[in-house]
Design a protein around this ligand. Structure first.
Ligand code: AKG
Length: 345
């Protein structure tokens, strides 16, 4: 994740607003493959649908942090271009390509406030010719970053699977890197609020000013890097009510969120992480907000649905269906209201 120096360029996340106590684990512990780590990650997954990883204490951590910093620079370089250049990278399967802000419906009056550019792992590896030049010129850097994030995501999936007693061989086979998949790296940009700051009446739900509406990710796990706040996690309270809680970004840390595909592997035992993005809190709302995400997805055509537990035969347990079809339906629902023309999902 971005370094302390990068964080110091922005106003700090306010210390007087409630945040979600998402558990943090170190990369060194994750690399140890210790079963107690698996259990801690499963507990975090069940309670929050996500956990933080401190990348600073393992040999590979600083290299990954540097790669992420450079990824943020590349994202900024892409978004700084004019809109026609950006739109030339057309949206294709599973939202690969450029999505301009304002094409998703949040409420009747409000559209999303995020532009995204998603580059698929397979397109990077296969030298897809129409990759935007900003990324084409840095293909090796991006391939390296995607490979590292891929490894981190697989480690997270390994621990979650082991901790739940899922047959990791089956989980792993559903992500065979030789198969095509929509695994991708995504760059995100929320322009800052311009003009006088609008204070929200205390009775108004800040979600009515959301930049990106509440959703869960369709894939297996997502690794997310932020510098400015705004990301919120949906939590169910003991009385059944829903509360949105900030997840404050931390220097040197990644956030790993469980996606719908992994939830299906566990037959719903571990929930996927429902999250949204709202205006960054306090003084942070004056700045452009950039984020970087890595989305690990099952291979196209891989089974989804419950994975057999150790000691349980697959017969009668696996209610799997095809991931590609399933993802297409999810995306079709999400993009139902897209106003943009030429969108092929
Ligand atoms: O901008 C962020 O921090 C989160 C982005 C996100 O939720 C997504 O791309 O699915």
């Amino acid at each position: 994740m971005a370094s302390k120096e990068t964080f110091s360029k922005y106003p700090a996340f306010p210390d007087n607003i409630p945040t979600a106590a998402v558990p943090k684990i170190s990369l060194r512990q994750i690399l140890s493959r210790d079963p107690t780590v698996s259990k801690r990650l499963v507990d975090a997954g069940k309670e929050f649908g996500c956990f933080k990883v401190d990348l600073t204490d393992a040999i590979d951590g600083p290299v990954l942090c540097q790669g992420v910093e450079r990824g943020f620079d590349l994202g900024k370089a892409f978004f700084d271009q004019d809109i026609e250049t950006k739109k030339a990278y057309k949206l294709s399967h599973e939202n690969v390509g450029y999505k301009q802000a304002g094409v998703l419906v949040i409420t009747k009056e409000r559209r999303d406030q995020v532009e995204t550019c998603s580059v698929s792992r397979d397109d990077l590896a296969a030298s897809r010719p129409d990759l935007p030049s900003v990324f084409d010129q840095q293909r090796l850097l991006l391939q390296g970053l995607v490979a590292q994030l891929g490894q981190l995501s697989h480690l997270a999936v390994y621990h979650l699977s082991e901790g739940l007693g899922l047959d990791y061989g089956v989980v792993s086979a559903r992500h065979d890197p030789r198969d095509q998949s929509a695994t991708m790296i995504r760059f995100l940009h929320n322009p800052p609020q311009r003009g006088p700051r609008e204070e929200l009446p205390s009775t108004e739900d800040p979600g009515s000013r959301a930049y990106l509406m509440g959703h869960s990710d369709g894939g297996t796990v997502t690794i997310l890097f932020n510098v400015l706040g705004g990301l919120q996690l949906q939590r169910q309270q003991p009385d059944g009510s829903i509360e949105w809680q900030y997840i404050p970004p931390e220097p040197g840390c990644a956030l790993i969120m469980v996606g719908d595909a992994f939830k299906s592997f566990t037959d719903g035992e571990v929930p996927s992480c429902v999250h949204r993005v709202i205006q960054p809190p306090g003084e942070q709302d004056r700045f452009d907000r950039y984020a970087l995400g890595f989305f690990l997805k099952p291979a196209n055509g891989a089974s989804i649905g419950p994975v057999p537990r150790r000691g349980v035969t697959e017969n009668g347990v696996n209610k799997a269906s095809d991931y590609g079809e399933w993802a297409k339906n999810k995306n079709a629902a999400l993009y139902n209201e897209m106003r943009q023309e030429n969108v092929a999902i």
